[in-house]
Design a protein around this ligand. Structure first.
Ligand code: NAD
Ligand code: UD1
Length: 338
């Protein structure tokens, strides 16, 4: 029996494939490489010494999905494939709705035709909008998203919830990630953003390596301890092991399960800058800048449900997150192109 990992060549997918292989699972990856490089899967093999069966193709393509389900004994799907650039989604909403929502509907339709009814979906803390409670539990109501990317997560959660309700044979796990950073501790795998990064940590590492001149900190007048926004950063290896732990919720009769994957600790933008400087013994060039539209002041999890029900808890701290992000960047200044 194998696990189908859609988007498995990407940042979180590739790290999860490593952890799945290390846990003894057989893995099949489907990825159209629109935001990744197949070298990530070569690195998976270097790290684990194990093979991954790779299909280059699209979740919107029914033929390739049928081929995968014909040629492999798939028991469950971990569904990472999706477009994720917040700013781009504002300019290209149809492309985001088509790829993420139509793509997921096509995937689950072909899964049910093949009799496979187990899925773990990559959701995001973005579904909480400006959260009604801090720390955020899974009972916190979903909020108003500020961009089409966020709405695709919000809507796909609803689609999978409705599907499971209509057909209780489905087992669905919605994992709401907080802010994934870090990289594989070997420095062989990490985040490989296209163009100028929008997210904080890849921006910081590109300033550190001299590709970008300085970091702009978006807003220092929020109602937070130091005025900068607070987030729940989580090491990508912890996120990866969270998926392996979540597989147990795909047992028959599990139904619908929702988990926050975070550390439960909030760090401000300045905390991240200072921890990065300390972990890597360097000074970072930064300036204060106006607030960025759509940012919420604070977003961090109550991660106790995952610990209680999955026996999973984040192990890596902020030092390792900063160390491993930099280790990946400095060993691979041009990502997988090196
Ligand atoms: P990523 O872009 O590195 O990985 C996504 C992968 O999906 C890429 O390899 C891409 O080529 C592939 N893909 C996209 N559309 C596809 C399609 N139609 N068919 C086949 N493959 C397709 O992103 P990531 O950071 O690894 O994120 C993985 C998932 O987690 C995404 O769904 C993302 O929205 C979600 N997520 C990410 C974060 C984050 O901060 N990185 C936070 C919350 C949720
Ligand atoms: C963003 C997305 C979220 C998505 C997540 C992962 C928004 C509003 N939210 O979360 O939907 O799931 O990325 O892809 O875009 N910052 C700076 N300077 C920078 C970059 C960031 O100060 O150059 C600050 C931001 O203002 C924020 C914090 O750093 O306070 C984290 O930003 P980022 O890494 O972009 O993540 P989020 O905004 O939390």
């Amino acid at each position: 029996m194998a696990i189908l990992v859609t988007g498995g060549a990407g940042f979180i997918g590739s790290h999860t494939v490593v952890e799945l292989l290390n846990a003894g699972h057989e893995v099949v990856v489907l990825d159209n490489l629109c935001n990744s490089n197949p070298k990530s899967l070569e690195r998976v093999k270097e790290i684990t010494g194990k093979e991954v069966k790779f299909y280059e193709g699209d979740i919107l393509d029914r033929d390739i999905l049928q081929k995968i389900f014909r040629e492999n004994d798939i028991e469950s799907t971990i569904h990472f494939a999706g477009l994720k650039a917040v700013g781009e989604s504002v300019h290209k909403p149809i492309e985001y709705y088509e790829n993420n929502i139509a793509g997921t509907v096509t995937l689950v339709d072909e899964m049910r035709k093949a009799g496979i009814k187990n899925i773990i979906f990559s959701s995001s803390a973005t579904v909480y909008g400006d959260p009604a409670e801090i720390p955020i539990t899974e009972n916190c109501p979903k909020g108003v998203c500020t961009n089409p990317y966020g709405w695709t997560k919000w809507m796909i959660e609803q689609i999978l919830t409705d599907l499971q309700k209509a057909d209780p044979e489905w087992n669905v796990v919605l994992l709401r990630y907080f802010n994934p950073i870090g990289a594989h501790p070997t420095g062989k795998m990490g985040e490989n953003p296209n163009g100028i990064p929008n997210n904080l940590m890849p921006y910081i590492t590109q300033v550190a390596i001299g590709k970008l001149e300085k970091l702009s900190i978006f807003g220092n007048d929020y109602d937070t301890p130091d005025g900068t926004c607070v987030r729940d950063y989580i090491h990508v290896m912890d996120l990866a092991s969270g998926h392996v732990a979540a597989l147990k919720k795909l047992a028959p009769g599990s139904g619908l399960s929702i988990y926050n994957l975070g550390t439960g600790i909030g760090y401000s933008v300045l905390d991240i800058v200072h921890n990065f400087e300390k972990a890597n013994d360097m000074k970072l060039n930064y300036v204060m800048a106006p607030r960025r539209a759509g940012d919420v002041p604070q977003c961090y999890s109550d991660a106790s449900k995952a610990e209680r029900e999955l026996g999973w808890k984040a192990k890596y701290g902020i030092f390792e997150m900063c160390r491993d992000s930099w280790n990946w960047q400095k060993s691979n200044p041009n990502g997988y192109e090196d």
